[in-house]
Design a protein around this ligand. Structure first.
Ligand code: C2E
Ligand code: CA
Ligand code: CA
Length: 397
């Protein structure tokens, strides 16, 4: 891996150079003057796989440097370093991502060898960005997919942080494309919304989820099943009746059903949505406010809609123990939820540190790769057996 290090302080340059060498990285070029580093990149943007960049420099500062990297369409990964507070680092990171740069990490100085190892870990360049290679599908193709049953449900467990008990699952739709393989929802949900296919899609996902819930009940597994619902689904006044009827004919009690709602675009008719959501609650169907804390899910919604579950967005959850601002947002969300009598779910629990942190904050449920990745319905009972073996060590003390 070729590393380019840019920092105006000679001492920091020497220190980081030394740390990199200790970690086994030998192909490192260090520059004290950002203009010189930039000239290097101007002549060959692929001269580095990774750029380690200080944000405070005289001459050209880190933000300007990031802008130039964006202009040059730098394809490697970027690690930001700063002596300033963490919020500045986070803002710079957002900015870099806005320029479509691959930000591998952002650290306050002095950076530790462990931090460097965590972002540089493998000696291979981190060029792979699978989710960005978006394929564009036509609405016609998606319509065919729906008709030909190419959409399948996967399920991701939600676990009680105190006891480790599995409370339910979230249904996550996948498109099993005959040529492209598994296609993730970010690549077709917005299309379904725009093309007016979201009602049909939700109905298909819901039917599958109810069928799955019923077969779990037959195995004496009393799992809540959550289905993602788009605001666009909340435009027809008979939506609650349809859902209640489907649940009943599938033999699934309404109380096991949860709808996770994100406001992906502006509510067209807030009054209709409110009518629908209130009637869903009257039918004892659970309502969850998804991606809480992101621009889409606002305090106003929390006030006006009778939610009973709040999902803290994964962008705040993972690593919150090491980030003062994310920690504050997670804690604030838990407090708000508790005041309003809502259950809290942390999504994006990716490691043991996240798990322990959320547990210590009194969050109710956790969901994330640390517990399980989304999986086909048939894999869930096998996973449950493994989870029972893991569980005691996670809830001790
Ligand atoms: P979401 O509702 O926020 O779902 C959680 C997403 O986070 C899922 O992505 C899941 O695979 C991913 N995830 C879970 N644990 C972790 C973790 O520990 N780390 C990280 N980095 N990610 C994690 P997925 O399945 O790609 O779904 C993306 C979004 O697509 C969902 O976000 C949801 O908004 C939407 N979606 C999925 N299925 C449906 C559906 O049936 N209908 C509608 N309207 N939207 C859906
Ligand atoms: Ca969700
Ligand atoms: Ca979410």
């Amino acid at each position: 891996m070729k590393i380019l290090l840019v920092d105006d302080e000679p001492f920091v340059l020497r220190l980081v150079m030394h740390q990199l060498k200790e970690l086994g990285f030998t192909d490192v070029v260090a520059h004290q003057h950002p203009r010189a580093a930039l000239a290097l990149l101007e002549s060959d943007v692929a001269c580095a796989d990774t750029v380690l960049l200080d944000l405070q420099m005289p001459d050209i500062d880190g933000v300007e440097f990031v802008r130039h990297l964006g202009r040059l369409a730098f394809q490697g990964s970027l690690v930001l370093l700063s002596g300033e507070d963490e919020r500045i680092l986070q803002t710079a990171q957002k900015l870099a991502q806005g320029h479509r740069l691959d930000v591998a990490g952002a650290f306050r100085k002095p950076v530790t060898p462990d931090q460097l190892r965590s972002v540089l870990g493998s000696p291979h360049p981190t060029g792979a960005r699978p989710r960005m290679t978006a394929r564009i599908y036509s609405s016609e193709r998606l319509r065919t997919a729906l008709a030909q049953h190419e959409l399948v449900n996967w399920y991701q467990p939600k676990v009680d942080l105190r006891t480790g008990r599995v409370v339910g699952v979230e249904t996550l739709v996948r498109w099993q494309h005959p040529v492209d393989g598994i296609v993730f929802p970010d690549q077709f949900i917005p299309l379904a919304e725009e093309a007016g296919l979201i009602d049909g899609l939700t109905a298909v996902v819901m039917q599958g989820a109810l069928r799955q819930a019923r077969s779990w009940l037959d195995e004496h597994l009393d799992l809540h099943v959550a289905v993602n619902v788009s605001m666009d689904n909340l435009a027809r006044l008979d939506f609650p009746d349809d859902i209640a009827r489907s649940a009943e004919s599938s033999g699934v009690p309404a109380r096991l059903l949860v709808l996770e709602i994100t406001e992906s675009r502006l509510m067209k008719n807030p009054l209709v949505a409110l009518d629908i959501l209130t009637r869903l609650r009257l039918k004892h169907i659970g309502l969850s406010i998804d991606d809480f804390g992101t621009g889409h899910s606002s305090l106003t919604q929390l006030r006006d809609i009778p939610f009973d579950e709040l999902k803290i967005d994964r962008s705040f959850v993972h690593g919150a123990h090491a980030s003062a601002s994310n920690h504050a947002l997670v804690l604030g969300s838990i407090h708000i939820a508790r005041q309003l009598g809502l259950r809290t779910v942390a999504e994006g629990v990716e490691d043991r540190a996240d798990w322990d942190h959320l547990r210590s904050l009194g969050c109710d449920l956790a969901q994330g790769y640390f517990i399980a990745k989304p999986m086909p319905g048939a894999a869930v009972s096998g996973w449950l057996r493994e989870w029972e073996l893991r569980r005691p060590s996670l809830v001790a003390a």
